[in-house]
Every structure is written in C-alpha cells, then in structure tokens.
Design a protein around this ligand. Structure first.
Ligand code: R5P
Length: 292
C-alpha cells in the first residue's frame, strides 16, 4: 500500500488559467474521436500537419517491383526517414522490424494482379488483424468510373464502419483506370466521393492544372502518390506544387526507392513537404547528400 504520510496538503489548481484545447492540425478531422486523432498523429507530423508516407505496397498486385525485390535490403534502411510506412501485412510481418515505431498504413484491399481487371478488388484484411498489427490506418483502393466501382466503394464504406468502431482511420486511395482521363475534374469527383463516404484522408494523383480545386473541394486531407519514376528534380517539383496547392503530404514509392540515391531522395522530399523548401534548393540538397 502506498505510503500516504508524505502526500503534501497544499494543492495548486491554477484557478486563473482556463483549460486549453490544442487545435488539431488536420483539416476536417476536428470532430474525430481521440483514438482516431492519435492514430492520425502517427501518420501526420503534429508540427507541420504533413506527412511523408513511404509506399512499398506495390507487390500486392505487381509482385517484386523494381526496387522492392528485397525490402529488407532496400527499404528497411529508409524507415528512419519516413513518417509512415504504407505496406501489406505480409511485408510487415515477414520483413519489417517491430521496433519501427512510427505509423503503419496497412494495405487492406486486394485481389487481382496486373494480369487481370484491377478494379475487381475485395477487402483483404480484417479490422481485428489491423488492430493486432497496431496499424495507424487502413488503405483501400477506390475505382471511380471502373468496372467494379460500386464494390470498391462498398469495400471502403465497410472498412469505414469497422474502423469507426475501433478508432482506425481509413485512407481512400483513388485508382485511375487506364481508360479514364487523369484531370482535375476526375480527381475532384473521386476524392470528394471518398471523403463524403467516410475516408479520414484521401490519396490521389497530382494534376498540373487545377490541383488546388481538388484539395479545396475535398473536406479532409489529401496526399499524393508519386507515380512512375521520373527524374529527381521533377519529382521534387511535383511534391512542392502539391503541398503548395493544399496537399498534406505525399505517399511516395517509386520516386524514392527507384531513385539513384533513395536515402538522399527521401530526405529531400522531407525538406519540401515539412519545410516547404523550394524544389531547386531541395534538388541541390539531394545532390549534396548523394555526393557524400
Ligand atoms: C500502388 O501500388 C499503391 O497505392 C502505391 O502505394 C501508390 O501508387 C504510391 O506509390 P508510387 O509513388 O510508386 O505511385
């Protein structure tokens, strides 16, 4: 039993100081529950309100993508520089060190490979397993305009219901089929639908014209996927333009792990996302790190 003799009698209730409520830094997330906000804070930096998610989930439909053949060799050394890792539960359990203590965004939909119709996905992870893996969020692909559009939306809304029960945010990932035009009009439709139907945040692609209308029309945070590998200077420019026009960060894969110098690249992306470093400076920063 605790020794009560030494408990001091004097108490200080700071009567003149009103209790403060720290504003939550993420757009549209103020009314979420504590657990949901706490999980989002393992993805987005509470300081900048932004994130550099390292996306390595490509194998769930593409197999051993270039740069991801040996995730233990090429990706684990990058973990210290990412705010969040986006991966499948297979890679998490088999390769990722459990000492990684930042947010994990778990790929929770899947089914077809690149050999088939990609929009034919189902939910691929139960919420119980996501909780068991201590996931900060679950990610589900939504194929607006795709053949299995309605099913993909139902995949997302089911995960939103289950996630809401346990305080797990859902990332709605907008996948654009080859036959669809990747423009601001499409991105506005897809991102807004994800948000309206309950996604806590949405991943989409950057478009060079009108991206600010995509972020403005989406009531929750947007992160951009990196897309196919491009020269480092271009990828840094795209990341800068995206955050400058309202994105809350990037979910970047190939433009980091297929870079000539992935550790230098992810650090340069961090400078752009968290410090709003102009792309030409960030590219010089990348080059200086690469030269070391
Ligand atoms: C697709 O495989 C996943 O949703 C990726 O996580 C997403 O496309 C981001 O990766 P990247 O920057 O390589 O496009």
């Amino acid at each position: 039993m605790a020794d009560t003799d030494s408990i001091p009698e004097t108490k200080e209730f700071h009567l003149g100081i009103p209790q403060t409520a720290e504003p939550f830094p993420l757009k549209g997330c103020h009314h979420l529950d504590w657990g949901m906000k706490n999980r989002l804070s393992h993805i987005f930096s509470p300081k900048s309100g932004r994130t550099v998610m390292l996306a390595v989930d490509h194998g769930y439909f593409m197999g051993p993508t270039s740069g991801l053949e040996r995730i233990d060799v090429t990706i684990n050394p990058l973990l210290g520089y990412a705010d969040t890792l986006m991966c499948t539960r297979g890679v998490l359990r088999s390769i990722t060190p459990p000492t990684f203590n930042k947010g994990v965004v778990l790929r929770a939909s899947g089914g077809p490979s690149i050999l088939k119709e990609l929009s034919d996905e189902n939910i691929a992870v139960s919420i119980e397993d996501a909780l068991r893996l201590n996931a900060a969020a679950v990610a589900v692909q939504v194929f607006i305009g795709g053949e299995f559009e309605t099913r993909s939306i139902h995949n997302m809304t089911r995960l939103v219901d289950e996630g809401n029960r346990y305080g797990v945010p859902v990332l709605g990932v907008t996948a654009v089929g080859k036959q669809l035009v990747r423009d601001a009009k499409y991105m506005r439709l897809a991102t807004r639908m994800c948000a309206e139907l309950g996604a806590a945040y949405v991943k989409t692609y950057f478009v060079s014209e009108g991206f600010e209308t995509v972020t403005a029309g989406c009531p929750v945070p947007i992160v951009i996927a990196g897309g196919k590998k491009m020269p480092e200077a271009e990828a840094l420019t795209m990341a800068f333009q995206a955050v400058d026009q309202g994105a809350a960060g990037v979910d970047m894969g190939r433009n980091i792990f297929q870079s000539e110098a992935p550790i230098a690249m992810i650090q340069a992306v961090r400078k752009v996302v968290h410090e709003h470093m102009p792309p030409n400076e960030a590219y010089e920063y990348y080059r200086s790190l690469k030269a070391k």
